[in-house]
Design a protein. Structure first.
Length: 266
């Protein structure tokens, strides 16, 4: 099982290392393919005053320290094509944010690096539309055959489900999207962003983390290739996405439940 976990954004070196240390058991679990996630820049914050992160250069230095200290594989977001090459010098997976999942130049730039590419499904798109985003990466990497799960797995392309816009300031997860997208690529379920309430908290996005376990268990029963959890030792003081993040202390029980469900489904 692919497991992606970490804070939303690099707040500072101390917090990053504290969270990374707490996640060590998952990296040591031979049943998990673990990736430590943190963003060096949150370029799509609601407000200009919101914390964005340390930026590309300082952020990559911190992530490189985490990689060296803990031996973790690293996943981070990119927002601009020219960020792809330097980010891939540290990150094992380049993540394409949901709002940018159709940006051809960004996808091509990511595909031209040796890193895996994780494309988050836009909140505004039908799951079938993600076939074309996968195709942009696969074609750039020289694959000319049918767009299918096995090819994407071989060429290092994932898709991530994070909910679909449902009215104003709310998301809904259509579990049918998971098997639909799994036709084209391995699918990760982002349980924490799926409970986000975009732009509904005034100058920030709100969320309801109470429903993270419910959706994660449902996705495990529907069948996915992995899970994405933004996590923090105290989400109430997190500088980004706190309302939808899961506490580090709650992660172990939830992952045990997911493992149990997967053992039945598979």
């Amino acid at each position: 099982m692919i497991l992606i976990a970490g804070p939303c954004v690099i707040e500072n070196r101390e917090n990053i290392f504290r969270i990374a240390e707490a996640l060590r058991p998952y990296a040591e679990d031979c049943t998990k393919e673990f990736y430590f996630k943190a963003s060096f820049d949150k370029a799509n914050r609601t407000s200009l005053e919101s914390f964005r992160g340390p930026g590309l250069d300082e952020g990559l230095k911190i992530l490189e320290e985490v990689k060296r200290e803990f031996g973790y594989s690293i996943l981070t977001d990119i927002h601009l094509p020219d960020q792809a090459a330097p980010a891939a010098e540290v990150a094992d997976v380049l993540q394409i944010p949901a709002f940018l999942c159709r940006q051809t130049d960004l996808l091509i730039a990511a595909a031209q690096t040796p890193a895996k590419v994780n494309i988050k499904k836009g909140q505004f798109l039908a799951p079938q539309a993600m076939e074309h985003s996968v195709a942009k990466v696969l074609r750039t990497r020289g694959y000319e055959g049918e767009i299918e799960h096995a090819a994407a797995e071989k060429f290092g392309v994932w898709l991530t489900e994070r909910g679909t816009t449902f009215g104003y300031g709310n998301l809904v997860v259509d579990m049918r999207a998971l098997p639909i997208m799994r036709q084209y690529a391995p699918v990760i379920f982002d349980a924490t962003h799926s409970v986000q309430m975009p732009a509904s908290g005034g100058a920030t996005s709100d969320g309801d983390s109470r429903f993270v376990p419910t959706l994660a268990r449902a996705a495990a029963s529907a069948g996915v290739d992995g899970f994405f959890f933004e996590t923090h030792f105290d989400p109430s003081v997190a500088l980004s996405d706190g309302p939808n993040m899961i506490k580090l202390q709650d992660l172990e029980r939830l992952i045990s439940q997911i493992d149990a469900i997967r053992s039945i489904v598979e």
